[in-house]
Unconditional design. Structure first.
Length: 137
């Protein structure tokens, strides 16, 4: 009888320890974004053409249609290697491929700079891609 009580107490303490450990770990996983929040606004569209930003080492990609509405039905977004997370088939900026992801709107035009005969000038755009996945070309 004494052994049985001891085992019951041991099992209760073990279950309590597991319960106390599991709740904070699960809460922490959701707080850091595991299966949760993606920063930026969603977008999706078909690539029409791509220009390399020669002074800023990124890509200026024109989408049509650029969804979801009420955004303009067409427009450019910037892909920045090292910042933008790339998923899918890794066919970034290839014409006639579908892209889906999120972007951060940019105030001003200081993200994509292209070289001209005299100096580097900014190209207007709607924002900088945070995450993007592509389809097959």
């Amino acid at each position: 009888m004494i052994v049985l009580n001891f085992l019951k107490k041991k099992i209760v303490l073990l279950l309590l320890a597991v319960f106390i450990w599991v709740i904070p770990v699960n809460s922490f996983a959701f707080s850091i974004g595991a299966g949760g929040f993606v920063p930026g606004l969603p977008f999706g569209g078909l690539v029409i053409f791509t220009l390399p930003c020669t002074c800023s080492a990124n890509l200026w990609i024109w989408f049509a249609p650029l969804a979801p509405l009420p955004l303009p039905p067409t427009g450019p977004l910037i892909y920045q290697p090292g910042y933008t997370t790339l998923y899918g088939d890794f066919a970034i900026g290839i014409p006639t491929t579908w892209h889906l992801g999120s972007y951060t709107p940019i105030v001003g035009n200081g993200v994509c700079w292209i070289e001209t005969a005299v100096a580097c000038v900014p190209l207007p755009n709607l924002g900088l891609m945070n995450k993007v996945g592509t389809g097959l070309p």
